[in-house]
Write a protein that binds this ligand. Sequence first.
Ligand code: UDX
Length: 425
Amino acid sequence: MKILIVGTGYVGTTTGLIFCEMGHRVTGLDLDECKIQALQAGKLHFYEPGLGDLLTKHAAAQNIYFTKRTKEAVEENDVIFICVGTPQNSDGGADLSYVKNVAEAIGKYMNNYKIIVTKSTVPVGTAELVTNWIKKSQEDLIPFDVVSNPEFLREGSAVQDALNPDRIVIGATSEKARSIMKELYKDFHCPIVETNPKASEMIKYAANSFLAMKISFINELARLCDELNINVNDVSRGIGLDQRIGPLFLRAGMGYGGSCFPKDVNALIQTAKENGQPLSILESVVKVNAEQPLYLMEKIKDALGGNLKNKTIGVFGVAFKANTDDTRESASLKLIEHLLAEEAEIRAHDPIVKMEKEHQFRTIEETVTGADAVVICTDWDEYKNLDWASLKSLMKQTYLFDFCNMVDKEKVKSIGFQYMGVANH
Ligand code: UDX
């Protein structure tokens, strides 16, 4: 099947290459000249483990090609995936202007029956809007179907997630579109949830919001565990083994960040308000998440004597999580903001992310030299087994705040660190 992917960002590029793996021919369309040039040259314009190899493989085999030419791309393909961004509006809702532009272009250039699939996370009712936008821009009444088929992949493990999904959701109104979509996914071995577009759109928001809720739940519980001297990791394990709860997304830490959870939870809250059915539970999820970096900054401040002015803090990790160079809504950056507001001196390290020169240090050793405290903010593997004894010798004071609960606390304590995790007692 010939597939067009519109929007060669993170979701679009991954989706396109996974379809290549499944034996389809893919065209990647983007209006951004730089992105297209990079992809044509076999280079990813973002960091994602394993995806570069797939790009090299399928570009060489001519299974995928990238273009800026919308008309030809629409004419030549049967199934068109919309993978453009849906950034957050000032009211918290999703900005659909990119989706609208794509829909109008598809309507204008459509030459025969097409299936238009929304892969981007879009609010409930968007499939209907896309249908109307396409109809309005058509010159001839060529039939088409709009399908919602949300993507659930995570940054940092996008290839594995996209190759081995837990489920595929297909929200369609016509039998023809549904059967073509099922044919497209026939080599994936997972349940397919068949529903209408509205329910499919809701599934995506509900999934992300539920996961965000698990995280805020455990983070707020961790604050209570802190007061009661309880290890929250034991609580996570103890409740997670209950199959009705499940073990994942119960890691207490700095709070959730990234390009999806914060934006999607806000968008669902906005949809709920607009429909007169507020989701107060999600409003609390957002509140707890916003408080978490501030709560942790206060912990640092208390430990360092109630004043951070001129204290030097080495921050390990700036990305919103490991294995990505993405800093959108990064809790680490939020903590840094709070620390700077207290007039602390920040030295930051990240294996991949580049920060402003004044804060970033190239090596771990440079970052900790003269520091009063080190704060681990992102769970990069390389922070797990550092030579803490020699790092300690470079520091002024020996406070270690492990907000990813990832280092061996007994070991670092025995070396002489004053260790504090997130309710990691
Ligand atoms: C998320 C969804 O998981 C994915 O299905 C969707 O398609 C896009 O949004 P992503 O944002 O890439 O993926 O990252 P994810 O691994 O889900 O983590 C999101 C945030 O939650 C990160 O900041 C992470 O550190 C945090 N997190 C995750 C926790 O704080 N605790 C956990 O137990 C799990």
